[in-house]
Design a protein around this ligand. Structure first.
Ligand code: NDP
Ligand code: GDP
Length: 325
């Protein structure tokens, strides 16, 4: 009998990679699919898994739909990846962010408690919870100080996961994942914005790239590596919290240099600073310590930032060429 997994946010970057990973492990994969006016399944198509997963109508803000999905899917494992996940938008739509990103997780936990309390639960927590960092290298014991409605909402979901673990014995794991990217990253995030612009500039259809704070530092990994850590957390004897990161931090500026260098261009000739992209409160530095994940899960990031960024630039070059044909 194959295991059943339900993924919320299956149409997002990590949802698509996780669906592929679980299918390869022999799982039957279900996805909670919010209603949208235009199709959102391009990432599942890109990884060639759309026809192999079962999509169930539902929204994280509607607990009735989550209950229906759990009854239909009878999951062994539930991965809660659905969220309003873009930090900058969370100041523009703070209540929606709190609803989907914060309360959404509680809706899933409460539905599991009532329908399938044996199911194992993964919560997509984030390094954004460290925000104004209280330690230069952040681990599972670093105090939190979120800096955006997104970070605050995720912190609520993180503590709810721990609370349902301690109160109701739910097998709830929280993965505090540092930034992770891929050719499937949303275009509004800085890595993808840069790699898309590099492709367009190289192919002569864009002249410059406007960015905000390029001195911010992030610990960037590859989404395809990180979804394995999610799965490993749910295969352990006990539920726990883990930091998942590479242990290397780089400025946005140096990430730009890697991307432009790859196509033989100098980033300084094209990058322009536009204060429009500054944030009301910035997270200046993120650098994770993945020792616990390495020790307990046997997990380690495999893809370097150089490999990741060149993979993304190459994919964007292909996309833009296709668009131009
Ligand atoms: P994406 O933004 O690519 O995907 C988010 C997914 O959530 C989409 O499928 C989206 O659907 C869905 N979604 C949004 N609102 C709702 C809702 N109300 N009900 C149901 N589904 C909804 O994010 P990623 O794949 O990059 O990230 C996955 C998770 O991990 C997110 O929770 C994110 O916050 C978290 N995270 C991500 C990190 C990263 O660097 N990528 C770092 C740490 C945590 P639609 O597209 O139709 O809106
Ligand atoms: P985040 O860490 O989840 O907020 O991921 P992002 O990719 O959105 O942003 C990473 C960092 O890049 C943040 O410190 C941003 O302030 C910085 N940054 C600088 N310019 C831009 C930009 O034009 N877009 C985005 N998204 N981020 C930018």
């Amino acid at each position: 009998m194959s295991k059943h997994a339900l993924i919320t946010g299956i149409t997002g970057q990590d949802g698509a990679y996780l669906a592929k990973f679980l299918l390869e492990k022999g799982y039957e994969v279900f996805g909670l699919m919010p209603r949208r006016s235009t199709p959102t399944t391009w990432r599942l198509e890109y990884l060639d898994v759309l026809d192999k997963v079962r999509l169930l109508d539902g929204d994280l803000t509607d607990i009735a739909s989550i209950i229906r999905a759990l009854i239909a899917c009878k999951p062994d494992e539930v991965y809660n990846l659905g969220a309003q996940s873009f930090v900058a938008t969370s100041w523009k739509q703070p209540l929606l962010t709190a609803d989907a990103t914060g309360m959404g997780a509680l809706n899933v936990l409460e539905a599991i408690r009532q329908i399938c309390p044996e199911a194992r639960f993964y919560q997509a927590s984030t390094s954004e919870m460290f925000g104004l960092v209280q330690e230069p290298i952040q681990s599972e014991t670093t105090p939190f100080y979120p800096r955006s409605p997104y970070g605050v909402s995720k912190l609520f979901a993180h503590w709810m996961t721990i609370n349902y673990r301690e109160s109701f014995n739910i097998f709830g794991c929280s993965g505090i994942l540092f930034n992770h990217e891929s050719p499937l990253r949303g275009i509004e995030f800085v890595t993808r914005k840069v790699t898309d612009a590099v492709a367009r500039i190289k192919l002569g259809v864009q002249k410059e790239l406007a960015l905000g704070n390029i001195d911010a530092k992030r610990d960037w990994g590859f989404s395809g590596d990180y979804v394995e850590a999610m799965w490993l957390m749910l295969q352990q004897e006990k539920p726990d919290t883990y930091v998942v990161a590479t242990g290397r931090t780089t400025t946005v500026r140096d990430m730009c240099k890697i991307a432009f260098d790859h196509v033989g261009l100098n980033y300084e000739d094209f990058v322009r600073i536009d204060p429009k992209f500054y944030r009301p409160a910035e997270v200046e530095l993120l650098l994770g310590n993945p020792t616990k994940a390495e020790k307990n899960l046997g997990w380690k990031a495999k893809t370097s930032l150089e490999q990741l960024i060149t993979m993304m630039v190459d994919a964007d070059l292909e996309r833009v060429k296709k668009e131009l044909r």
